[in-house]
Design a binder for this molecule. Structure first.
Ligand code: ZN
Ligand code: ZN
Length: 503
């Protein structure tokens, strides 16, 4: 995950997790002549970081932030998945490509936010569906094409019923192996979906929630992408099936996390973590990074199975209890001041300038895009990847339009990405498993590189921002907080009106 010229020390993740090195060797006394974060900066530059955050991954060298992953490629945030590629936030899923936010699904392609689906292609926000194409907001449907807001339906095309024979005949006429046709149908489906109302938020089985993409949750306010949450505020991406409870201001992970405050990527049964950054199975930590199965530690980095440590140095319980309040006091008396003049005392998360990443390397830039100047003005790091020189062997326009006219030779080609402002290296290749999938599903090969495909996909995602609006159903006075801005084309309904019309 770290660029080659990163000043941080990187260990291959298997080595990092092994006992071939000892993070306690980097232990040091707290220095009362320097600000706390200055010393933290030194510590994180000296102690090694794991090359990737992965646990139990098999044959998945290019996956990160993942757990229990098998035979997968270019996945970020996968859990319990197998044979997947080019995905982001995939859980309990198999044999799927180019998907984002997939749960308990199989044989899926180019999807966003699906739950318990089988053979769903180019679809979004569907649940319990099989063999669907270009569907949006459908539930318990089978063999549907271009539909939206359907419940318990079969053989529908653009929300109209067909007989099984007619349906299959129509599907053949659509000729889904053609790249041109896929693009046309995609646009047609998008326009069709806009004619139908949608609920003010994506979420089900909730009690007292405000936010977007929230499911099975209770008392979850101002949050985004949460599953099984209770008593949360200002949290994002705590969306695995295991619950997250009593958390304020956390991004990522969860998985039976409790009582954390201002954390990033903390979970796996962790409890009472403040200002934590990638901690698993820990409790009573403050300002710890990359610590696992530790308790009662303060400002440590990379520890495993430790207790009563400060700056990677071992103390007795009594010494620990005496020193921690002194450090907190010192943090307030001699606060850290960042290069923008902002003051960081006890109670603040790590300053952004301690991040090993440039703002543009992180997903923050996907939600809140900034130019280089804006990012630097706000005190963030920035990193421009040196342009790699790859010679393409084929241009996207020269690839045969239909999958049936493409054979195995395509695997040897270096394909030029069809986006002239490519977000990646400008070229890409197909992996054999992926090509087999396209052939089997009878769908065209992509013309964009994986990075550009991801950029296209995230356009479907509603923003991490809320607007106060009124239900658009005539005569309904209901008001709500929604991530649909008032200038958008969608027809936005309150829950009651949506349920009455759609169910
Ligand atoms: Zn590209
Ligand atoms: Zn209404």
């Amino acid at each position: 995950m770290y660029r080659p010229d990163s000043p941080y020390k990187i260990y291959e993740s298997k080595i990092w997790w092994s006992d071939k090195w000892d993070p306690m060797e980097y232990g040091r006394d707290y220095d009362f002549s320097k600000p706390f974060f200055e010393q933290m900066k030194e510590l994180i530059r000296e102690v090694p970081w794991p090359s990737r955050i992965v646990i139990d991954v098999v044959n998945s060298d290019y996956c990160k932030n993942s757990m229990n992953v098998k035979n997968s490629y270019l996945i970020t945030s996968g859990k319990d998945i197998e044979n997947c590629a080019y995905g982001y936030r995939l859980y309990d899923s198999k044999d799927s490509y180019d998907c984002m936010s997939l749960n308990k699904s199989e044989l899926c392609y180019q999807d966003f936010m699906l739950d318990s689906c089988y053979k769903a292609l180019f679809s979004s926000h569907c649940e319990n569906c099989q063999e669907i194409y270009f569907c949006h907001n459908c539930k318990d449907c089978q063999n549907c094409f271009g539909c939206t807001n359907l419940r318990y339906k079969k053989y529908h095309i653009f929300n109209k019923p067909y007989s099984k024979e007619e349906y299959l005949k129509k599907l053949e006429e659509f000729d889904l192996g053609s790249y041109k046709n896929i693009r046309l149908l995609e646009n047609k489906a998008k326009e069709h979906h806009l004619k139908y109302p949608r609920k003010f938020m994506f979420g089900r089985h909730n009690i007292n929630v405000i936010g977007e993409y929230i499911n099975n949750s209770k008392n979850v306010l101002d949050c985004y992408s949460i599953k099984s949450g209770e008593d949360l505020r200002y949290c994002q991406f705590l969306d695995t099936k295991e619950e997250s409870k009593d958390i304020y201001d956390q991004t990522g992970f969860g998985v039976n996390a409790q009582k954390s405050y201002e954390c990033f990527g903390v979970g796996q049964g962790s409890s009472n973590i403040k200002f934590g950054w990638h901690n698993m199975g820990c409790y009573n930590l403050e300002y710890c990074i990359q610590c696992n199965d530790c308790s009662d530690c303060f400002a440590c980095f990379g520890l495993k199975h430790k207790k009563h440590c400060i700056f990677n140095k071992q103390y007795t319980k009594e010494e620990y209890k005496e020193l921690v309040p002194k450090i907190k006091k010192h943090m307030n008396e001699m606060p850290y001041v960042d290069k923008k003049g902002r003051v960081y005392k006890y109670g603040e998360f790590f300053p952004a300038e301690l991040s090993p990443f440039g703002y543009n390397e992180t997903m923050a830039n996907e939600y809140f895009p900034l130019s280089e100047k804006q990012a630097i003005d706000q005190g963030f790091n920035w990193y421009d990847k040196p342009k790699a020189e790859y010679k393409p062997t084929i241009k996207a326009v020269n690839i045969p339009d239909d999958i049936k006219d493409i054979d195995n030779k395509i695997l040897k080609e270096v394909i030029k990405c069809d986006n002239k402002d490519c977000h990646g290296t400008g070229v890409f290749r197909l992996i054999p498993r992926e090509f087999k999938f396209y052939k089997k599903q009878g769908i065209p090969i992509p013309r964009l590189c994986p990075k550009c495909r991801h950029q296209e996909r995230i356009k479907q995602r509603n923003p991490m921002k809320l607007w106060g609006r009124q239900c658009m159903k005539k005569g309904c006075p209901n008001k709500f907080q929604t991530s649909y801005s008032p200038d958008r084309k969608e027809i936005v309904y309150c829950e009651q009106c949506y349920n009455k019309e759609v169910g």
